[in-house]
Write a protein that binds this ligand. Sequence first.
Ligand code: OAD
Length: 237
Amino acid sequence: MISIRPHTNVLVLTGAGISAESGIRTFRDSGGLWENHRVEDVASPLGFRRDPRLVWSFYKKRWEDAQLATPNTAHLALAELEQKLGNNFNLITQNVDGLHYKAGNRRVWEMHGSLNHCYCTNCEAGYSLREINLSEDLPGCPACKGLLRPDIVWFGEVPYFLPEIEEALKVCEIFLVVGTSGAVYPAAGFVMSAKLMGAQTLAINLDKPDNLGFIDHFFQGKSGEVLPKLLAEWYQN
Ligand code: OAD
């Protein structure tokens, strides 16, 4: 029996699958390549040191794509759930596309960073991509002229908001996972933590995720189709 009431503490984890129906390609679908680049070339600190121009051109293109993308029915259903639950709702996303914010969610932890932001490798000042001169191959820091880098958590780097997420995992009553393969840690381990700390664990995904063993109820399908229906079923005033 799954029931969400206004006082139920719900923690959601999303991955690339929730944005698939908004036209953003998932990682596992790209066969180890990411828009024809090796992941280690465009998503690692070493790749950036080797060829920062390539990395910047890759993320500028992804940022432009994300700007054009619109939230789908799954994003919108989660925004509606936040409206209903207020402080009892938290959303962790591995996505960097900003679509949860566009949909209206505010209680979002973008644990892998955001395409919308960059920061200076020298003075660490942070900027929105809108504020900087993107016509340069290598955008420079307006304050110190240091080299800017995308604010994306690359392989080998520590995800953001881990202390906040740990606290939320302790208190959530329902942990809902949407559109993630359960293959990339630490996010893939959250479902185990939530279950061991007493939450009911639910997942919606097109394919069976790798961490299925820790999921109490699995719903197979496209999140844009399945999630709004399930949330309408589970929510009771
Ligand atoms: P993946 O690409 O690993 O997994 C996407 C999952 O979404 C797959 O299991 C698909 O079956 C599922 N899927 C596809 N379309 C769907 C749909 N319409 N509805 C529901 N599910 C659908 O993406 P993530 O799990 O998010 O890290 O990948 C985790 C991390 O690996 C990413 O954040 C990224 C990547 O390397 C960094 O960039 C640091």
